[in-house]
Design a protein around this ligand. Structure first.
Ligand code: SF4
Length: 371
């Protein structure tokens, strides 16, 4: 399987928790990286805000078992309308290096961490699905890392796709910034898997998303996944306001429109850049030249810094209008926006998380019915 060059070759240590030494996944990971030093034990915790610590975390793998639940509701953010998403925490952290990545300060793991508890994850998902059998639940593995980046080592995505294909009301989303999709070819998702890409203009990708696949490669991979029978998701997240942003984002949508079938795009999220103060400190230390903070930001009620509300509304109105010009039937939503922004930019906005979740349910139901 093709990975972005040198991403996994940069791993120089594998830590295996003594409790999972004999687990087949631990063996598989060791065998996949035969030239990497393997240590049995638990790595020392690291202060995650220090640049050297984050670099070290991104070079080490830790295979262990979970001490808690691995399937959780997306934490959302205070005062925001959330989408009712469920997060599968099968792995944590990522070897790519987006300047804005929240994981730099959000996670306190000592290395990129892979949990061996697939059986428990399946049980937790099935319990959730049984809880409301007439409702579609959406789950994703891409909230605390990239869904596809470790697949050569773990094989997670293929097994999750097969698992979700047999459910009645479960939808799996695999979110990525890689173009490593060849291994998904032989799976039959039966309409229950979405492969998603975050998209940004090429100049943004070059400047603030180091080690990720180019826009062109992401779009090609999305096209291939559509041809393999997967639903596609797109995430304009985070949108970055910079001089020339209009032309740049319009160009992204034109490129998407040339390559993709809009009737096979299940959803598109839109969200502006946001960050915490701690995150900004870490970004400044790790990427002193970053252009991320050139706009005007304010501290919102959830403690995160965002573009001014009027700026966000202007950015969203334009991007959504270009998307609607491409296809008026695209299902577009905001990730963690407030009600005022929804009301200013959507004709029939959801009033709360439950209503947005219901809109997703109707969307999935309609698409699965029409095949
Ligand atoms: S690809 Fe996602 S998880 Fe990985 S560094 Fe970028 S934002 Fe973080």
């Amino acid at each position: 399987m093709a990975h972005p060059p040198s991403i996994l070759q940069a791993i120089d240590t594998i830590w295996i928790d003594p409790e999972v030494q004999a687990h087949p996944l631990a063996r598989r990971i060791r065998d996949s990286l035969p030239n990497v030093r393997t240590r049995t034990g638990v790595p020392e915790p690291r202060p995650t805000t220090h640049p050297a610590s984050i670099d070290r975390i991104k070079k080490s793998l830790f295979v262990t078992k979970s001490r808690g639940h691995l399937v959780k509701p997306c934490p959302g953010s205070r005062g925001r309308i959330c989408c009712g998403y469920w997060v599968i925490n099968a792995m944590m952290h990522c070897p790519m290096d987006c300047h804005y990545c929240v994981l730099q300060t959000y996670l306190s793991v000592p290395a990129m961490t892979i949990f061996v508890d697939e059986g428990s994850i399946h049980e937790e998902i099935l319990a959730r699905l049984r809880d409301r059998e007439n409702h579609f639940f959406r789950f994703g593995t891409g909230e605390l890392g990239d869904s596809l980046i470790h697949d050569t080592l773990t094989g997670f995505s293929r097994r999750f796709i097969s698992f979700f294909a047999e459910t009645q009301n479960g939808i799996l989303e695999l979110k990525s910034k890689t173009a490593a999709i060849a291994h998904l070819m032989e799976c039959d998702p039966k309409g229950h898997t979405v492969i998603s890409w975050s998209v940004n203009p090429p100049e943004v990708i070059r400047q603030v998303e180091p080690k990720t696949a180019s826009l062109e490669k992401r779009i090609q991979a999305a096209r291939q996944c559509q041809d393999m029978g997967y639903w596609i998701g797109l995430h304009f997240d985070p949108i970055i306001a910079f001089e020339g942003w209009e032309e740049a984002y319009r160009g992204v949508i034109e490129r998407l429109a040339r390559a993709l079938d809009p009737s096979r795009i299940i959803w598109i999220s839109v969200a502006g850049l946001r960050y915490t103060r701690q995150q900004k400190e870490s970004i400044r230390l790790r990427f002193p030249e970053t252009p991320l903070f050139s706009g005007e930001f304010f501290r919102d009620e959830d403690g995160k810094y965002r573009y001014l509300q009027k700026t966000r509304i202007m950015l969203y109105q334009k991007i959504i209008s270009w998307l609607r010009q491409w296809d008026p039937n695209l299902f577009i939503y905001y990730c963690m926006e407030n009600q005022r922004v929804w009301e200013k930019t959507f004709p029939h906005p959801p009033r709360n998380t439950r209503e947005l979740d219901e809109k997703f349910d109707q969307r999935i139901r309609r698409l699965l019915k029409n095949g």
